[in-house]
Design a protein around this ligand. Structure first.
Ligand code: PMP
Length: 412
């Protein structure tokens, strides 16, 4: 079969739905359309069975019990509920007072964690955002140095969505446990890809989303620990009292069934997928680095997810790079914020300069990524960068051995 273009290399943004997931969901749109809150007829019971299945699979995936799972609309909602809901519940002083409590997070968290933390800051909480090291890995030592007597919550992601770097979650959890501090982790890029055990990993609150693991969009789950300690949250959304009052609203049964199926498949296949994808990712990195000079793979060399790579290319310009690899659907190191191209705050925070941050690509592989696609991607990136460099006077100067950092540029 001829290679189909464009090639999807953006699985960290979202994944296609597994056809087995779609198949499991379909009956819940038509014959099993009931409201799981309808207790007195079989339509309601059929829907409830669907929710029970989804809950059982979601719980099993992370080593939790069914009663510890709250279904949400995705990781953004889960993060908001975990962070704001626990901050309001464990605050040291009520709204309006100074010193409501201290929260620890990190500068390279997803916006769905940073923005709830900033909201809390405006409301009188103190937040310490840890500055990540150059390799992007947040260690227990860094968290330990940020803790205070009034710390109520630590929120550190499991794996970074731009770099794929893996933080010291188990050790951070253990530290929080010792100090009686609630520990939340945004596991959106991790869960369903890598083994997760909320007991062994010392986690109190864990967020994830179905659409990053071959499930449907618009559904996710939040784990809330019930024993040692029993974690309490203030609900952010009130109404019918579903999900034990934590999250009111009629359950998205088809989505929950789809998420459950995605979890069930992940449990059976993630190990195999991870081994295969790690090899393919290594092939891209080796191919690029062997054929191009002045490139850097961002983030820790080993402590990274198997399927994400983020590479900066010197002497090319960001927009040109995206144009040059237009057959490869991937993310750039720039984000469009209010009409201007801003370099990625994640890359900037780990010390990548503005220029290099702009000329970076995040390639993220998935379950159905083939060898052939990987080979094509590698050669498209290499050819694209070579073409741009062939037109770059800066690259010529670099090749001639001129140290560009010492050049005195004329300003007019
Ligand atoms: N956290 C992380 C680490 C993510 O990668 C994403 C998705 N980009 C989110 C949160 C938000 O997830 P959702 O789209 O399910 O709200």
């Amino acid at each position: 079969m001829p290679l189909q273009l464009p090639i999807y290399m953006d699985h960290a943004a979202t994944t296609p739905c597994d056809p087995r997931v779609v198949e499991a969901m379909l009956p819940y749109f038509t014959e099993k359309f009931g409201n799981s809150g309808s207790r007195n007829h079989s339509f309601g019971w059929a829907a409830e069975e669907g929710a029970d299945y989804g809950r059982e699979m979601a719980a099993r995936l992370i080593g939790a019990t069914e009663k510890e799972i709250i279904f949400t609309s995705g990781a953004t909602e889960g993060n908001n509920l975990a962070i704001k809901g626990s901050a309001y519940m464990y605050q040291k002083a009520p709204a309006g007072a100074a010193k409501r409590g201290h929260i620890v997070s990190c500068l390279i968290e997803h916006k769905a964690v940073l923005d709830p933390c900033k909201r809390l800051q405006k409301e009188g909480f103190d937040v310490t955002f840890i500055e990540p090291p150059a390799d992007g890995v947040v260690t227990a030592e860094m968290v330990k140095n940020a803790l205070r007597d009034d710390t109520i919550l630590v929120t550190i992601m499991w794996a970074n969505n731009e770099l794929g770097t893996i933080n010291e979650v188990r050790q951070i959890g253990s530290l929080c446990k010792e100090r009686g501090i609630i520990f939340h982790t945004d596991a959106t890029q991790w869960a369903g890809k890598m083994p997760t055990d909320v007991e062994a990993d010392n986690i109190d609150l864990l967020t994830w989303s179905a659409h990053k693991m071959y499930g449907p969009k618009g559904v996710g789950a939040l784990y809330v620990r019930r024993h040692r300690p029993r974690v309490r949250l203030q609900a952010l959304q009130e109404g019918g009292g579903q999900e034990r009052g934590f999250r009111s609203g009629t359950l998205n049964i088809s989505g929950i069934v789809g998420m459950g199926k995605a979890c069930e498949i992940a449990m059976a296949e993630m190990e195999h997928d991870a081994i295969r994808l790690a090899k393919l990712k290594a092939k891209i990195e080796a191919g690029v680095l062997a054929q191009l000079d002045s490139c850097v793979v961002n983030g820790h060399k080993d402590k990274r997810l198997p399927h994400i790579t983020n590479i900066s290319f010197g002497f090319v310009e960001g927009e040109g790079l995206m144009m040059a690899v237009k057959d490869i659907a991937c993310s750039s190191g720039s984000a469009c914020t209010s009409a201007s191209l801003e370099p990625s705050y994640v890359l900037k925070s780990i010390g990548v300069g503005d220029e290099l941050a702009h000329s970076s690509l995040r390639l993220s592989l998935g379950k159905w990524t083939t060898d052939e696609q990987v080979e094509h991607t590698t050669s498209a990136v290499v050819q694209g960068v070579k073409k741009l460099r062939a037109m770059s006077p800066l690259y010529d100067m670099h090749k001639e051995g001129i140290d560009l950092s010492k050049v005195q540029w004329a300003h007019h």
